[in-house]
Design a protein around this ligand. Structure first.
Ligand SMILES: Cc1ncc(COP(=O)(O)O)c(C=O)c1O
Length: 457
């Protein structure tokens, strides 16, 4: 009774992100009601292993009382403090310092946002301001990667390169350019790591040449492209692109909204990639999804150029909830949990996850298995030699998600038949094993889908 009324209220009133509105009205919502560790429970009492950590954000896992306590304590003491007018709160200041201490190189200045999209949007504003301050305002062209995702804000979504974020929204803008992804499984230059790196470097050089070398402001890349299908570049790719940006005198923005906070092993994937970007964006794992927060980390030279350029004038960029004390208190506790065992557990669980997914490679539908740490994907094909994707008629995003759900597993099913995994770092061996066995069952069921079978025959 209660569940029916909730479903009707949702249908009538709640607009869901990145959804077919009419499709959702037909299907109705699935309501989650509680969670603990890596397990979520829906309104009917069904328990599932959350192989996607919410939206690749609940890195710490669910049900940490110490996080709840940190939030409650902060709410009791000081639920809000603006960071405007030279004011501040202790947790936000401490968090900025803790992040600066752990981030690679001289990323010493932290601007807090509410999530990843506004972190990306903030970088665009900061980069424009930086170039004005530097006397190079003509550097107003931005480059990102095909299959990249940089959020859903009005401007940032134009750096995103996924068609549904553009269609009907009047973006990308003409100052937002793309170069091909490294996408090793489907790269026209083949799978040789050096050939892929060389092709990406050449593509960036050519794009800069085409736009005009004195016009380009920045290049954006995720250490692993998440929403584009968990595309893992060859080792050395980020470093090669970072070095090239130095050479071309353009800023390098590493978007670590997914890869940050243990997702690939270390706190920041950039550390493993051995690079120091000019900007680093984070969100999601920063607070493990318990409350909203993102951040832009800025290098010394960027911060100083902006600060000197502005002089006594205010830099006109700000949000009411920037540096929110409750979010900061949560982030500090989450950071403590990462460093007192969760990162280590995540690395161990990540090895088990990758080994388990590799064992699925013999399945008739599995074309590629890729990942790093607790971020992985299985790409399904109906012909391994030709790498033919699953047909749209088999509706992979919906049917595979549904099958996995019925098998007690939440995974990400992309429309092109890629399955994405980003489980909480707290996963036990049993959680990881459940992810693997439930995936195999889901794949076997997909093999029996009439729209897939007909093509295999
Ligand atoms: C790499 C990357 N950047 C930015 C964003 C946007 O973050 P948010 O959804 O918190 O606005 C995301 C979200 O998935 C992301 O994966």
């Amino acid at each position: 009774m209660l569940s029916n009324s909730i479903i009707e209220l949702d249908r009538a009133h709640l607009v869901h992100p990145v959804a077919s509105y009419r499709g959702h009205e037909k299907l109705g919502v699935r309501v989650l009601s509680s969670a603990s560790g890596a397990t979520v429970t829906d309104m009917s009492g069904r328990q599932l292993v959350d192989g996607f950590a919410g939206l690749w954000c609940v890195n710490a896992g669910y049900g940490h009382h110490s996080i709840v306590e940190a939030a409650a304590r902060q709410m009791r003491e000081l639920p809000y403090a603006t960071a405007y007018f030279g004011l501040g709160s202790e947790p936000a200041i401490r968090l900025a310092a803790e992040l600066a201490e752990r981030a690679p190189g001289d990323l010493n200045h932290v601007y807090f946002t509410l999530g990843g999209s506004d972190a990306i949007d903030s970088t665009i504003r900061f980069i424009r301001y930086y170039n004005h301050a530097r006397g190079t305002p003509e550097r107003d062209q931005f480059i990102s990667l095909e299959q990249g995702y940089h959020g859903s804000s009005t401007v940032g979504a134009g750096l995103t390169a996924l068609p549904i974020f553009h269609a009907g929204f009047g973006i990308p803008f003409d100052w937002q350019h793309k170069i091909p992804s490294h996408y090793a499984y489907r790269n026209p230059v083949g799978t040789d790591p050096q050939a892929i790196i060389d092709a990406s470097k050449q593509a960036l050089r050519s794009k800069v040449e085409e736009i005009g070398p004195e016009r380009v402001a920045a290049f954006y890349a995720e250490p692993i492209q998440g929403s584009g299908g968990v595309l893992v570049p060859p080792p050395g790719w980020m470093k090669a692109m970072r070095d090239l940006c130095h050479e071309l005198d353009i800023l390098f923005v590493a978007d670590e909204v997914i890869t940050g906070f243990g997702r690939t092993g270390p706190l920041f994937a950039c550390s493993e990639d051995d690079i120091v970007p000019d900007f680093l964006t984070v969100a999601k794992g920063l607070t493990s999804g318990y409350v909203p927060m993102g951040a832009v980390l800025m290098s010394d030279h960027v911060y100083n150029t902006i600060a000197d350029g502005a002089g006594a004038a205010a830099v006109g960029h700000g949000y009411t909830y920037s540096a929110h004390p409750v979010s900061a208190a949560v982030a500090l506790e989450v950071l403590h949990l990462y460093e007192s065992g969760l990162l280590e557990n995540g690395r161990r669980a990540g090895r088990r996850l990758m080994a388990g997914l590799q064992e699925l490679a013999d399945h008739p539908l599995v074309g590629d298995v890729r990942g790093r740490g607790m971020l992985a994907a299985v790409e399904l094909v109906i012909d391994k030699t030709a790498k033919t994707p699953l047909p749209a008629a088999a509706d992979p995003a919906r049917r595979i998600f549904d099958r996995a759900w019925d098998n007690g597993l939440v995974l990400r099913a992309f429309g092109n038949g890629v399955l994405g995994y980003a489980p909480p770092l707290c996963c036990t061996d049993a959680d990881i094993d459940a992810i693997i066995t439930r995936t195999r069952k889901t794949l076997d069921q997909t093999l029996e889908d009439p729209d897939v079978r007909v093509l295999l025959a």
